[in-house]
Design a protein around this ligand. Structure first.
Ligand code: SF4
Ligand code: SF4
Length: 472
């Protein structure tokens, strides 16, 4: 049995929003209330607040998230990365991707229904605006099918004006992640010609968000999103999904209260074919046809059906969160071979990523030999010239001190030993080293320590070689 259960689940692509001639059937989902919708609203608001705060809140003097592509520097939760750290992005992206695979195997499309920006903005903000300006589903359908009137035009203009305004706002906050909020405010107050590139992005993003949320909508999940298309290989019979309990629901009966049902039609199921679960679905599918690729796990059909069951005094949960195994009354399993393998891979990934991130230092120091002759003979001395290339990777201004490790016979000459650098600024500190020609017995290793003022106990040691003539 376990081999069968580990098999991929075949999810049919319903394309519920397409008519048989290929044209689009614009989905107009009905309003729905219930515990999941309340919880989702809270989650959406929390996520949007976090999204608004991330470029605003400062950690260690820099925004919590600031992806300064123009200057190739990235500020993430108090750490600063520059172009040399780009290899760490590999761990970040693979970590996010694998996290999604893990989450999906365990909890199905919980990401799509609860946290994907497409769903958060669509269901949490754009849909309520539509409801506010054009009324409930029935009114929208009736008005859309009817002739144009002043009232219809006014409602459409109001809706699209608000959509545009919100798309404009979303685009600008999104841009704030790349140009910082002070930078964004400066640009918004200035003329478009002063920053044509950012202005172009703002216009393009506003347009993309407006088209997406006003027109494209669920097609983004059904046609464009690759994660949605991969559900068949990510979920199995033990993943948590939104499903219809066919055993309990079929054959469908009449909408009568529980005690009456026992009286008049005791042998039928609990589904009364009211289609509430269908009309509330934002992708327009009928969950009673089984798990489908088009289901984004938004839980609207759970709340809709629970509402119907409450009215009929029947138990809730005809449509519910469950695994396909649970809906078929097989034994439910959270831990299964796939999850053991995924967990082992996840732990391995976390281990490798933490080792990689530990290699990320707060500053970089490299000794470079000044171009030209490798050494200079200066009377009875041999002289080597170097410069230390210092990069401050801390998100704040920092002072660094360079101190040579004393070595018999060597004289270090440094015009300056201490430099102060802005975040991600770099400089070259010259170092001249001399040794009596008679003492030079072959190549020597030089050591210097570089210490950040805020971390005096964590000096970095850099080494280089001292060169001289092969014959005394
Ligand atoms: S809402 Fe519930 S009762 Fe109504 S059609 Fe859907 S599954 Fe059946
Ligand atoms: S079937 Fe239910 S959970 Fe899936 S998208 Fe439709 S309403 Fe949401």
């Amino acid at each position: 049995m376990s081999a069968d259960r580990e098999e991929r689940v075949h999810l049919p692509i319903v394309k519920s929003s397409l008519r048989s001639d290929g044209s689009r059937d614009f989905v107009q989902p009905a309003d729905v209330r219930g515990r999941f919708q309340n919880a989702r609203r809270v989650v959406y608001v929390l996520l949007v607040v976090i999204w608004l705060l991330l470029p605003m809140v400062k950690i260690g003097g820099s925004p919590a998230v600031f992806l300064d592509i123009e200057h190739r520097r990235f500020f993430l939760f108090g750490s600063t990365f520059n172009a040399q750290d780009i290899w760490l992005v590999f761990f970040l992206l693979t970590g996010v991707a694998f996290g999604l695979v893990y989450l999906t195997a365990l909890l199905g499309r919980v990401w799509c229904g609860w946290a994907c920006p497409q769903t958060v903005f669509m269901e949490g903000f754009f849909r309520p605006i539509e409801r506010l300006t054009e009324g409930p589903r029935e009114a929208r359908l009736r008005r859309n099918a009817g002739p144009w009137s002043a009232g219809k035009l006014a409602r459409k203009i109001a809706k699209h004006a608000l959509f545009l305004l919100l798309a404009f706002f979303v685009a600008h906050v999104f841009l704030g992640y790349f140009v910082s909020l002070p930078g964004l405010f400066r640009m918004v107050r200035g003329r478009p010609g002063d920053h044509p590139e950012a202005f172009g992005w703002a216009v393009a993003l506003t347009g993309v968000f407006y088209v997406d949320f006003s027109w494209f909508r669920e097609q983004m999940c059904l046609v464009v999103c690759p994660y949605g298309r991969m559900q068949s290989i990510l979920v199995d019979r033990d993943s948590l999904v939104v499903g219809y309990d066919e055993r309990r629901g079929e054959p469908r009966g009449k909408a009568v209260r529980r005690e009456k049902k026992e009286e008049v039609e005791p042998s039928v199921g609990d589904c009364v074919d009211c289609k509430r679960c269908v009309v509330v679905c934002p992708t327009g599918i009928d969950i009673r046809n089984g798990l489908q690729m088009d289901c984004i796990g938004c839980t609207a059909c759970i709340d809709a059906c629970d509402e119907v069951m409450d009215k009929l005094e029947r138990p809730r949960g005809l449509v519910r969160y469950d695994s396909l195994a649970g809906l078929s009354q097989e034994k439910k399993r959270v831990l299964r071979p796939r999850m053991y393998v995924y967990t082992a891979l996840l732990l391995l990934g976390v281990l490798v990523a933490s080792i990689a991130f530990r290699k990320h230092t707060d500053f970089e120091a490299n000794v470079l030999r000044i171009p030209g002759a490798p050494f200079v003979l200066d009377g009875s001395d041999v002289r080597n010239a170097y410069e230390i290339h210092l990069i401050n990777k801390l998100p704040r201004r920092e002072t660094f001190t360079v101190v040579p490790v004393p070595q018999a016979g060597l004289t270090f000459i440094m015009p300056t030993q201490s430099v102060t650098l802005e975040p991600l600024a770099s400089t070259h500190v010259p170092v001249f080293v001399t040794l009596a020609r008679s003492s030079f017995q072959g190549q020597l290793t030089l050591r210097l320590t570089v210490t950040a003022a805020s971390e005096p106990d964590e000096p970095m040691t850099v080494t280089t070689s001292f060169l001289g003539p092969t014959t005394p």
